[in-house]
Design a protein around this ligand. Structure first.
Ligand code: NAD
Length: 451
């Protein structure tokens, strides 16, 4: 597979893709490594994960530079991504000694629970945030005593491959963490169907996720799904309009809109609709799209020519007009201008489909009930923002919106120590935070008779 630099269109490297037999061999190695890894004492497992985090930190600039070449992400963002992987490893390095069970009162004996590791875990990663998403699956799985095989997206294997080398340098035993670059329908599919793989963590499109869920049913394989989104940014008339307008572009154009949490639906209360669109225009035109190596760049290119063509098919969009567009470089690379669309109704494709590019659609709403109806009218439910100065309304809206990650007067939805995941067809299960660990274990109940 030719890895292409999306900012230039040039080939960076030709990376071999694993075949199904290669995956089988990796699963055998992971299975063989499991008994010894689960037997590593909690303190030693924690120490190894901390050493792994330190290796990431020591190579942060190298990893960030690799990500810039492979994904076109701006350098500042790429540094954050490597730092997120380090932080997630540190966070779950605190888990092995704290993975406590319960002691439950019963007559005639002692009842205790254990959180047993599952065995081999497969982590299938998309191309939009290669390092963080790999870490969100891999770190709690390793901490709980599982061995892990990561399959990076075919377009973005470079940082994952390097992270695998750093794990070995940190002292993780051979076979505990393996990185297997490969094509989804071949290597990915084999991970999903291999009977010795006990759990799949999949982040990617809802279409592929549904197929994986069906395939996991064969072996009743455990599954975490993080899928697509079509999230809303809801602006009430009483909000700080200046702040809401200044920040709205970054809630959808960050990472060139290739973000499952992108607030690609902008809902504005009718009395301030025109004013908000006036305030939004300079904010959109001010987004700095360009050279990923420039420290001031905020947004880079799209991941591939094929993806740019897909995004471009929405602009112009049937049933919508273009309000305004920001700027992007001309010439080589897969650039796209930040774009604001005004659909004629909530039936328009741009309002309903995940575009996964720097395109936002704006509609007016009348009142709270109308905003809830419009925001929830989607099969997705991942994130969203609510802008209002009325605390009661903020709480009512937060409870009414069907999404896993909401922010009020902010667009922040991902912290490694808080739970992350989707309602409805945006996913199944939760990553990050204290809850994720349990999804990499089985609870075992043991009764010991005192008679
Ligand atoms: P994708 O579904 O095409 O691919 C994701 C991964 O699955 C890749 O590694 C791919 O090789 C693999 N894959 C493809 N077909 C497979 C198969 N049949 N069996 C096993 N594996 C297979 O998604 P993408 O285009 O890489 O990523 C974009 C999508 O990911 C968007 O829909 C986005 O919303 C979603 N996403 C969701 C989250 C979240 O946390 N909810 C985060 C990031 C991205």
């Amino acid at each position: 597979m030719d890895v292409i630099n999306p900012a230039t269109g040039e080939v960076v490297e030709d990376v071999p893709m694993a075949s199904a037999p290669d995956v089988d061999a990796a699963v055998e190695r992971a299975s063989a490594a499991f008994p010894a890894w689960r037997a590593v004492s909690p303190g030693d497992r924690a120490r190894l994960l901390r050493a792994f985090a330190q290796e990431i930190d020591d190579h942060l600039e190298e990893l960030a530079a690799l990500e810039v070449v492979n994904t076109g992400h701006p350098i500042g963002q790429a540094r954050w991504e490597a730092g997120n992987l380090r932080d997630v490893l540190h966070y779950y390095a605190g888990a092995p000694e704290r993975l406590t069970g319960a002691q439950i009162p019963v007559p005639g004996g002692l009842d205790v629970t254990f959180h047993e590791p599952l065995g081999v875990v497969g982590v299938i990663v998309p191309w939009n945030y290669p390092m963080p998403i790999m870490g969100w699956g891999m770190a709690p799985a390793l901490a709980a005593g599982n061995t892990v095989i990561v399959k990076p997206a075919e377009l973005t294997p470079l940082t994952a491959r390097r992270v695998g080398e750093l794990a070995l340098a940190a002292g993780l035993p051979e076979g505990v963490l393996q990185i297997v670059p490969g094509l989804g329908p071949e290597a990915g599919q084999r991970l999903v169907t291999h009977p010795k793989v006990r759990k799949i963590v999949f982040t990617g499109s809802t279409r592929v996720g549904k197929g994986i869920m069906a395939a996991c049913a064969t072996d009743v394989k455990r599954l975490t799904l993080e899928l697509g989104g079509k999230s809303s940014n809801i602006i009430f008339a009483d909000a700080d309009l200046e702040k809401a307008a200044a920040t709205a572009p970054y809630s959808v154009f960050e990472n060139a809109g290739q973000d499952c949490c992108a607030r690609s639906r902008l809902l504005v209360q009718r009395p301030v609709y025109d004013r908000f669109l006036e305030l939004l225009e300079p904010a959109v035109l001010g987004v700095r799209v360009g050279d990923p190596y420039d420290e001031k760049t905020e947004v880079g290119p799209l991941i591939s020519a094929a993806h740019r063509d897909r995004v471009a098919s929405y602009v112009p969009s049937p049933g919508a007009t273009v309000a305004y567009q920001g700027s992007a470089p001309e010439g080589p690379g897969f650039w796209f201008r930040p774009t604001v669309l005004i659909p004629s109704s909530s039936e328009a494709a741009c309002w309903n489909e995940e575009i996964f590019g720097p395109v936002v659609s704006v509609l007016p709403f009348d009142d709270e009930a109308d905003a809830v109806r419009l925001a929830n009218d989607t099969s997705y439910g991942l994130s969203g923002s609510i802008w209002t100065r009325d605390l009661g309304r903020a709480l009512r809206m937060s409870r009414a919106i069907e999404a896993g990650n909401l922010s009020v007067n902010s667009h922040s939805s991902v912290r490694y120590w808080t739970p992350f995941g989707g309602f409805k067809q945006s996913g199944l299960g939760r990553e990050l935070g204290p809850d994720a660990l349990q999804s990499f274990t089985e609870t075992k109940n043991v009764f010991i008779s005192t008679d």
